[in-house]
Design a protein around this ligand. Structure first.
Ligand SMILES: Nc1ncnc2c1ncn2[C@@H]1O[C@H](COP(=O)(O)OP(=O)(O)OP(=O)(O)O)[C@@H](O)[C@H]1O
Ligand SMILES: [Mg+2]
Length: 287
């Protein structure tokens, strides 16, 4: 298949417009649509990404974990073409879209106009409506952003990404500001959209359970590089109760430097009962 490459000078970034195959004679696996090689990003004297290598295969759902300040957003912004890299190479599909923690809607534009913002396409309203339909918001096409709930606004942001038919969908903590139940619905929505459209996905999250519930592969970013790369082989829908799930969760928490509590039976009974507000428990849900 012929490949067309766009070189974006100064960004150190090549954007392809197809899922291009390797261009050499040896029979090879299909080339990953996302390839970072020796990618570095520095802010002044601070090296945030340090000769990082990354591959994301076509249609693969990858989650990226890492401590705060480890460079997750920096990597995502580089993949989105929003920031230039300091050195190395980055090969990404031309069709890509990003959704961030905050929906970033233009308050003076109605929902459907936000969806097609910046796009020069035919029948923008129909296309916007179709995307809003996919996220269950066709009935709010004319809504002003200020009248949308947090979850609705984030779904409009998702529709704005979908309408671009991305081969690479970049998600930077898109559910972090949502309440726990809305978040579960968003997990279901994102999985169903992913199954239907099959983009490669990179989901940045702080939530280990979210990463293990959704992704094919979970990466941990540390000291500017991918320090761990764990395949999640558990069948979907996944249950957080499954021993396999708990094992991977424990492994990831340990990699992130989180102390894991001893099993409940090993803990001494408190002398006087104290009221406990239990954290939201994903293990009651499977998606
Ligand atoms: N434009 C910038 N100028 C200078 N330093 C920056 C800039 N953007 C990010 N940084 C620094 O790079 C480091 C990584 O930031 P980044 O936002 O990528 O972290 P993160 O892993 O996404 O963190 P969090 O989990 O808190 O969102 C931080 O120390 C941050 O201060
Ligand atoms: Mg971040």
């Amino acid at each position: 298949m012929p490949t067309i490459s766009l070189n974006l000078p100064g960004l150190g970034l090549k954007a392809r417009n197809d899922g291009a195959e390797a261009q050499h004679d040896a029979p090879a696996l299909p080339r990953s649509p996302v390839q970072a090689r020796q990618l570095s990003k520095r802010f002044g004297a601070n090296t945030i990404l340090d000769n990082l290598d990354l591959d994301i295969r076509a249609g693969e759902f990858v989650a990226l974990l890492g401590r705060s300040g480890s460079g997750k957003t920096t990597l995502l912004r580089a993949l989105a073409g929003l920031d230039r890299i300091s050195s190395g190479t980055l090969d990404v599909p031309q069709a890509r879209a990003a959704v961030f923690q905050e929906p970033r809607l233009m308050p003076w534009k109605r929902a459907w106009r936000n969806v097609t913002l910046g796009l020069k396409i035919e029948q923008p309203r129909e296309r916007a409506l179709a995307a809003l339909e996919e996220v269950g918001l066709a009935h709010r096409e004319n809504a002003w952003p200020s009248t949308l709930s947090g979850g609705e606004a984030q779904r409009v942001a998702l529709a704005r990404a979908l309408v671009r038919e991305p081969q690479l969908l970049l998600l930077d903590e898109p559910f972090a500001a949502l309440d726990a139940l809305t978040r579960i619905r968003m997990h279901q929505l994102i999985l169903s959209l992913w199954r239907q459209h099959r983009p490669s996905v990179l989901l940045v999250t702080h939530d280990v359970d979210e990463a293990v519930l959704l992704a094919d592969r979970v990466l941990v970013l540390e000291k500017g590089r991918i320090a761990a790369d764990i395949a999640i082989t558990q069948q979907r829908p996944r249950s957080a109760d499954a021993p396999q799930f708990q094992k991977v969760r424990a492994q990831l928490l340990q990699l992130l430097g989180v102390e894991i509590e001893a099993p409940a039976e090993a803990q001494p009974e408190p002398q006087t009962p104290t009221p406990i507000i239990a954290p939201f428990n994903f293990s009651n849900f499977s998606i």
